[in-house]
Design a protein around this ligand. Structure first.
Ligand SMILES: *Cc1c(COP(=O)(O)O)cnc(C)c1O
Length: 390
């Protein structure tokens, strides 16, 4: 059997061990340390260099992307009896932290160009929530699915009109840009993830992009058990143990030396799929919808046209039949995210839907990308997909 092709496998630069060895030599095997600070500086340089003025923002490295969303919500003051608007078409980690602070997620569907939050539906949802509950949602969480920038200018316009802060879930969009500016730097807060299968990894980790020095200090305080500067342990808020470990940060420092290469390779894989699928009827690749969008193509995603016939699709539907067929070729693929408004765990939450995410979920699939997917693997994936078509 040929080697397995995975959706997105982590890939080391080789420098990670140098940073780790140094940290061990200096006994920095602790939750705080010079490598965490160094990794944060690397991130700030990467994310906050353009456009001018962004340097006022600061970045805190944390234990996970989920922790970053949680701390962002805490910093925004979301709590019991509040509602937070979340993109429905996403991974559950975008919505789960809303419940950690005791608030209720309100789901908003996507528009068909970017597959991300529909700005017009967002506007309608906010008006309706205010009418029904008598108060404004506490925050808006748009997501950049598979690295694709959302229509963030329009989302910010709606958010500003109602005076509601935006917390960008940029977990999948490390290095994606909208109008030249990095995703994650548009809202009041933005979050990143360095989980094992993301664009870069710390084996597990995340970060919160904060609007200024003062909010950065507040996030740092919450992330370190809210310890106040006294000679004894003094606490004035409920804190969390959410800081990234110094050893994980060593991996992050090593990864930052090849972050640009990783992103370039993901974009190259997308380009090759584009060429190889160009003559294949019924398969569409999810693409940047205009020149202002610049996805990192973290995962490449395809949709199957309603007319396309897939082998053995009668019992399980087209994407599942194709997934099983790819599996027989030892290729991992995955359904698009099942929308949160269809998840049993969130069935009681309010939602504003337009059919877009349900339609995409019923006919979409993520296919392998990333540093380990080269010319040979791309060809195998495309052949296996063609072979699944009747
Ligand atoms: C991965 C991911 C997260 C969570 O990140 P972790 O670091 O795994 O906690 C949040 N949102 C989205 C959309 C993700 O893909």
């Amino acid at each position: 059997m040929s080697d397995r092709i995975l959706l997105c496998l982590c890939h080391m630069s080789g420098k990670e061990m140098d940073f780790i060895n140094e940290a061990f030599a200096d006994n920095w095997v602790v939750p705080l340390g010079p490598n965490v600070n160094g990794f944060e500086k690397d991130l700030e340089k990467f994310f906050l260099s353009y456009p001018p003025g962004l340097e006022r923002k600061r970045i805190v490295a944390l234990a996970s992307g989920t922790a970053a969303i949680h701390l962002g919500l805490v910093a925004l003051g979301a709590g019991r009896d509040d509602e937070v608007i979340v993109q429905s078409f996403t991974f559950s980690a975008s919505a789960n932290p809303v419940t950690y602070v005791g608030a209720t997620p309100v789901f908003v569907d996507s528009e068909p160009d970017t597959w991300n939050m529909d700005p017009a539906l967002l506007d309608h949802a906010i008006a309706d929530r205010i009418q029904k509950t008598g108060k404004k949602p506490k925050a808006i969480i748009p997501v950049y699915l598979y690295g694709m920038p959302a229509k963030i200018s329009e989302i910010l316009e709606v958010a500003e009109k109602w005076g509601i802060p935006v917390l960008e879930d940029s977990a999948e969009a490390f290095g994606s840009r909208y109008k030249g500016r990095m995703c994650g730097t548009f809202g009041e807060y933005g979050i990143l993830s360095f989980n094992g299968n993301k664009m870069i990894t710390t084996s597990g980790g995340g970060a919160l992009i904060c609007p200024d020095e003062e909010k950065w200090k507040l996030a740092m305080n919450y992330a370190t058990q809210s310890r106040e500067p006294y000679p004894w342990y003094q606490h004035e808020r409920i804190g969390y143990n959410y800081r990234l470990s110094n050893i994980s940060a060593c991996i992050g420092q090593g990864q930052m030396t090849i972050a640009e290469e990783h992103i370039a390779h993901h974009r190259h894989v997308q380009e090759r799929y584009r060429e190889l699928f160009s003559g294949v009827e019924g398969i569409s690749l999810h693409e940047n919808p205009g020149p202002e969008f610049d996805s990192n193509f973290w995962l490449c995603a395809i949709t199957l046209s309603p007319e396309l016939r897939v082998k053995e699709a009668d019992s399980c539907g087209k994407p599942e039949a194709m997934r099983r067929n790819l599996e027989r070729h030892n290729i991992e693929s995955r359904h698009l995210w099942k929308p949160m408004h269809l998840q049993p765990v969130f069935s009681k939450c309010p939602s504003y839907v337009n059919g877009v995410s349900e339609d995409l979920f019923s006919r979409g699939l993520c296919i392998p990308a990333g540093p380990w997917v080269g010319e040979k693997e791309i060809a195998r994936v495309v052949e296996a997909i063609k072979e699944s078509i009747v």
